[in-house]
Design a protein around this ligand. Structure first.
Ligand code: CDP
Length: 839
């Protein structure tokens, strides 16, 4: 690709040398006229075709009004007023004219498949359509037990569950959490009066644990089934059984599977369990026929405008720079309105790109339409996410930078241009390492098609693919279901705890290979969750009650065991372990990385040209910083050295949380700013911590003191015990070691490197891993002297002599240029003896 280092953007004082008339002529001259650098003209993108074959199904439906504004507070409309306005919008949705058909199908059948384009209204309308149906009412089964009254709608993502509940409660004019509510991990906004309940598919699995017949529901809708998350797959398999069991109890449960794109016949055969449910009158036994019964299918046709597709002629390495170029090319080439949706991989990449586009857009000529950059990723604050649904000023171009969340699960109105990086972050199980980690992989052709489709909902659009046409041809046809490449230990524990004895014989929609099963069963056995016969143990039962991966729930159970024999009530291991786990359970690192530091208060520096390739940009920023006596980085690092725990990340998180909690609420924000800790994430940590404690109390796992008794939360306690005692630190780390196990331990080898241990404890066959730069164990490199001082105070040098630090344990591994351990703490090799491993 071209060298962009000499790019300049015309400022307002530097008008474009081209006249107004020329500017408004062809798109190409607009680029020239813009004063944008030549590279924009020469952008390595070529037209493929007017993709007529990409035009969607024949449409019988008119265009959807894309604008479904959520009124701001300033407008202060009453709930009824908003609801009335939204009723008009509901009637324009493609699904609207299908409501009778949907009602009739599901009244006659226990199961159905509903397919329709993203934005056709499936997720928001299905509950409202079915609410008043006679079979929805709470009734009595043949055993006299009460069933039904509520409809569950599952989502693979918490964001979608929350925003849908908000939207539908506005449409119905009811307060959120009453008639319409949601329930996601660590956040429940629903009560006994709730009739439409949006929940993550993980939460549905949790409900099955407590209520194996899902007796509170009359219907379960599994949305976004094509995403095939592991929880969706397990949920579907379990639901098949529950539908049948409820049919036998004469209290039918309806199952609706919804999707934008789906192998419809396969799904219809999978869930087609039984003919119509006619309570009391239907005495026919369920007979298996040679042909699988097909569940009825309802298709909602969607309107799709033609989309012009562009590919790069050569493979691209720097996606960020390529995305920036494409964004501005589109902005200069196409008139407003017409928003740009950019598909990126994760929150960090999105933030980096968003900041660069924001900086660059400030340097555009005054007569160019303004750019409003918006982010969209799962860990973003729901209120922020909600903003993408509001179509703004048509004179302003919105640039929405999103993860694949915008592929099907969230409909962004106003989009006419899509820029697709062709990548996605997915969980992959690394057999070699025996752990699961997030990897950036290529998307499938089906995914690419969906992403492109976002540009053609409201008019003809364009799609810029930042990959070559031939690499597109090599993408897999469909996205592989998560269950085929994930660690199965959580799934198998989930099934075992729900009474599935022969996990291998469970009716999976796609069955993982035998090796993955064996591996997962071994892990569960090592965690003491399953006994040698593969039966669930008491520990396993306790573990399965927590909405956490087995590796983490094992830590809680270990801590609760530790707590039972604890004499020193001042320091409660379980409480501390929950605190650390809460910090680990938020999506993202509570410690902001230097690229996200808010430097505003530190005196503004000359902005670095945002068009520089990002590596050069960082180098330049670093050079400029080094002119100062103390750079922002150094200032923050020296602050952070006050809270660092020499053992590593786990206890540093605990230090941070203790200090944060000791502040009055009006001081917490300042604390976060000072140490560059994410305030929104800390709020979430507090919430998760509360919920995890709730789970412990509810399921009587461990003894927890009442919150008011937890002395260390008071300011005096933090002042007296600003750091965790060494004895306590060891206990906490040992609990975590019981969870991650020897599989996530790396031993120090020659040259200060680390190599993973295998289960046999033999480092010779391990894999080389490095400490991730985000780990606090790397901080000392930045501020050597401070760190040495801090360590001396802590007696760290003594600990080293005792063998502390000869190995590390880690919670996660990421693969970029090499394998990096994330959330790392030093341990002693002798601790492994407790795990029956001798090294
Ligand atoms: O499920 P499906 O993709 O078929 O559509 P939907 O999510 O029910 O969305 C229908 C309409 O509601 C779209 O035009 C969305 O923009 C809008 N919507 C919204 O404004 N706010 C939400 N939280 C969800 C949907």
């Amino acid at each position: 690709t071209s060298d962009t280092s000499n790019i300049t953007i015309h400022s307002e004082e530097q008008p474009s040398p081209i006249s107004k008339d020329e500017k408004s002529s062809a798109a190409d001259s607009a680029v020239r006229a813009s004063g944008l650098p030549r590279v924009y003209k020469n952008l390595p993108l070529k037209t493929k075709s007017k993709a007529s074959h990409d035009v969607g199904n024949d449409s019988t439906i008119g265009l959807v009004d894309p604008l479904t504004p959520v009124p701001s507070k300033a407008q202060a409309k009453s709930k009824t007023q908003v609801s009335l306005e939204l009723q008009a919008v509901r009637r324009t949705l493609p699904i609207w004219s299908f409501q009778e058909e949907i009602r009739s199908i599901i009244s006659d059948s226990n199961t159905m498949v509903l397919v329709g384009e993203t934005g056709s209204g499936k997720s928001t309308q299905i509950g409202q359509f079915l609410l008043k149906e006679p079979w929805m009412a709470r009734g009595t089964g043949s055993s006299g037990k009460k069933y039904g009254g509520c409809i569950a709608i599952t989502q693979p993502r918490r964001v979608a569950a929350i925003s849908l509940a908000q939207r539908v409660s506005s449409e119905m004019g009811t307060p959120l959490g009453r008639q319409v509510g949601y329930c996601v991990r660590f956040d429940n906004q629903s009560d006994d009066s709730t009739k439409i309940r949006y929940l993550t598919d993980g939460m549905l699995l949790n409900e099955i644990l407590h209520d194996p017949e899902l007796s509170r529901y009359s219907a379960v809708v599994v949305d976004e089934a094509h995403e095939r998350s592991i929880s969706t797959d397990l949920g579907l398999g379990l639901l098949k059984g529950i539908v049948q069991a409820r049919q036998e109890k004469k209290a039918p449960l309806k199952l609706i599977v919804m999707s934008a794109t789906l192998d419809v016949e396969k799904m219809a055969a999978y869930i087609g369990v039984s003919p119509a449910a006619k309570p009391a009158t239907n005495e026919e036994p369920l007979v298996a026929t040679d042909k699988e019964p097909l569940a009825p299918i309802c298709r909602i046709p969607g309107k799709m405008y033609p989309i012009e597709t562009f590919y790069t002629p050569m493979p691209i390495e720097d996606f960020q720079t390529a995305a920036i170029k494409s964004i501005f090319q589109v902005h200069y080439q196409y008139p407003c309105p017409g928003d740009i949706l950019v598909f990126s991989t994760g929150s960090e990449e999105i933030e980096e790109l968003a900041t660069a586009v924001e900086e660059l857009s400030l340097q555009m000529e005054a007569d160019k339409p303004k750019i409003q950059v918006m982010r969209l990723y799962a860990s973003l604050d729901p209120a922020e996410q909600q903003k993408v649904f509001i179509k703004g000023d048509p004179r302003v171009r919105r640039v929405i930078i999103a993860t694949n969340i915008a592929e099907t699960s969230v409909t962004v109105p106003g989009v006419r241009h899509v820029i697709d990086c062709g990548k996605v972050k997915t969980k992959r199980f690394r057999h070699q390492l025996g752990i699961e980690s997030l990897l950036v992989t290529e998307i499938s052709r089906a995914s690419a098609q969906q992403r492109k489709g976002r540009a053609g909902r409201e008019g003809p659009g364009t799609c810029y693919r930042l990959y070559t046409e031939s690499s597109h041809g090599q993408f897999a046809k469909d996205t592989e279901p998560e269950i085929m490449h994930c660690d199965l230990s959580g799934a198998l524990l989930t099934l075992s705890a729900r009474g599935v004895d022969q996990v291998y014989n469970f009716p999976f929609l796609d069955k993982p290979d035998r090796h993955s099963f064996e591996k997962a069963l071994l892990v569960l056995n090592m965690l003491d969750a399953l006994d040698d016969d593969g039966k669930i143990t008491e520990i396993g039962k306790k573990m399965s009650k927590f909405p956490l991966p087995p590796v983490q729930s094992r830590v809680i159970v270990a801590a609760s065991e530790e707590e039972n024999g604890n004499e020193n009530k001042q320091e409660n291991v379980l409480v501390d372990v929950i605190d650390v786990l809460s910090c680990l359970s938020v999506e993202g690192n509570i410690l902001l990385q230097p690229t996200r530091w808010n430097k505003a208060s530190e005196g503004a520096k000359k902005p670095v040209d945002p068009l520089l390739p990002l590596k050069k940009k960082r180098k330049k920023a670093a050079e400029e910083d080094s002119d100062d006596e103390l750079t922002v980085e150094e200032k923050v690092h020296s602050k952070r050295m006050e809270i660092v725990h020499p053992s590593g990340d786990h206890l540093t998180y605990l230090n941070i949380l203790r200090r944060y909690l000791s502040k009055r609420s009006n001081e917490q924000k300042r604390f976060c700013q000072e140490y560059q800790v994410s305030y929104p994430l800390m709020r979430k940590v507090e919430n998760i911590r509360r919920q995890l404690r709730g789970y412990c109390r509810l399921d009587k796992v461990g003894e927890l003191p009442r919150d008011s008794e937890m002395k260390y939360e008071s300011e005096t306690m933090v002042a007296r015990y600003p750091r965790v005692s060494q004895d306590q630190a060891d206990k906490i780390l040992k609990c975590f070691l019981k969870g991650v196990g020897v599989e996530s331990v790396a031993r120090k080898v020659a040259g200060g490197k680390y190599r993973t241990l295998t289960a046999s404890g033999n480092s010779a066959s391990g894999v080389d891993v490095s400490v991730h730069p985000s780990s606090c164990l790397m901080w000392e490199r930045h501020v050597g002297n401070d760190s040495k001082r801090a360590k001396k105070e802590e007696g760290e040098s003594d600990r080293r002599d005792e063998g502390f630090g000869e190995a590390v344990m880690y919670q996660d591994v990421v693969w970029t240029s090499k394998a990096f351990m994330k959330c790392v703490s030093k341990i002693k090799l002798e601790w492994l003896e407790d795990l029956w491993v001798f090294v």
